[in-house]
Design a protein around this ligand. Structure first.
Ligand code: MBD
Ligand code: FE
Length: 306
């Protein structure tokens, strides 16, 4: 069938058959995607068994709650970032900390504090390096923003995230810190280890077919928001990780690479109230003023809430 016949058939089946109220937006998306799918079936001569295999795959991936992971792994989520960057550039919105993907592992409702938070529950202190993350939240002119909401979340020493990993305590390695009067936030935590897709999972299954790995470098996620500023979704990825520029989710970007500096100075260790050398990361955040001319950065998606 050629495209004209395909489009006519799709229209006959899904547009001309309407007898109730039509959601125009949904209709145009469904019609377009069906046309593109039928065209792909033509072009690649996709066999019926392969079509069913694909539908069964989505059933399995959905039941495993891995569709968010799949979107990250296939680059769909990164593509949306590139589109948002393009829209910003077109609207003349410049500067600020770069955005990068949220990923599928955010959980709303983490404990909130002002200026400082300890993120870890102490269960891995002996196993892994202590990490202090600190930075200042400013606007693009360097003016301090007090009371910015800095939401952070990261993995433990096994690359696992609390809530999804039920062996961890509630909200372990998840905190919301409000920047203090100097615009500063400080997090005391443990060094994250890079995430790997569940080896027997549905996402890794497709990655294997593509000859791809499913690993991310060590990283820390952020949502940063403040009144009259655009919401920022970002992460830093940590220098030295073998996957830094080989991230299966394509989240590493220029401006989002952090260096974890070893601190061994006894006086500094004591000043921090710590008992052993630690790693230190500075991650400053620049927010961009709200602009009427560009769509909001707020992305609606189903998120866990504990
Ligand atoms: C992660 O920790 C993550 O950040 C992404 C994008 C996908 C899977 C796990
Ligand atoms: Fe992550």
């Amino acid at each position: 069938m050629n495209r004209q016949d395909i489009d006519a058939l799709v229209k006959k089946m899904n547009v001309d058959t309407a007898t109730g109220e039509v959601d125009q937006r949904v209709q145009s998306i469904v019609v377009r995607l069906l046309g593109d799918l039928f065209q792909a079936i033509e072009d690649l001569d996709i066999q019926p068994s392969e079509v069913w295999k694909g539908l069964e795959y989505f059933t399995d991936a959905g039941q495993a709650n891995e569709l968010g992971l799949l979107a990250a792994g296939l680059g769909l989520e990164h593509y949306l970032d590139l589109r948002a960057d393009e829209a910003d550039a077109k609207a003349g919105v410049m500067g600020g900390t770069p955005r990068t993907i949220e990923g599928p592992l955010y959980v709303a409702g983490a404990p909130e504090s002002v200026g400082f938070a300890r993120m870890d529950d102490g269960s891995e202190t002996d196993k892994i390096d202590t990490l202090i993350i600190e930075g200042t939240v400013t606007d693009t002119d360097g003016n301090i923003i007090e009371g910015a909401k800095v939401e952070m979340w990261h993995a433990n020493s096994l690359g696992n995230y609390s809530f999804f990993d039920k062996s961890q305590s509630d909200f372990n390695l998840r905190r919301t810190i409000l920047s203090d009067a100097e615009g500063k936030y400080v997090a005391l935590t443990t060094m994250p280890v890079g995430y790997g897709c569940p080896p027997e999972g549905t996402t890794q299954f497709v990655l294997n077919k593509l000859g791809r790995h499913g690993n991310r470098p060590s990283h820390v996620h952020y949502f940063v928001s403040a009144p009259d500023f655009r919401k920022l979704t970002t992460q830093f990825n940590i220098e030295g990780d073998q996957y830094l520029w080989d991230d299966f989710a394509f989240a590493t970007r220029d401006g989002l690479v952090a260096t974890a500096v070893d601190v061994t100075d006894e006086a500094e260790i004591q000043r921090r109230g710590l008992e052993k050398p630690f790693k230190h990361i500075t991650f400053n955040i620049e927010l961009v003023k709200d602009v009427a001319s560009v769509p909001s950065n707020e992305v609606e998606r189903r998120r866990a809430c504990a």
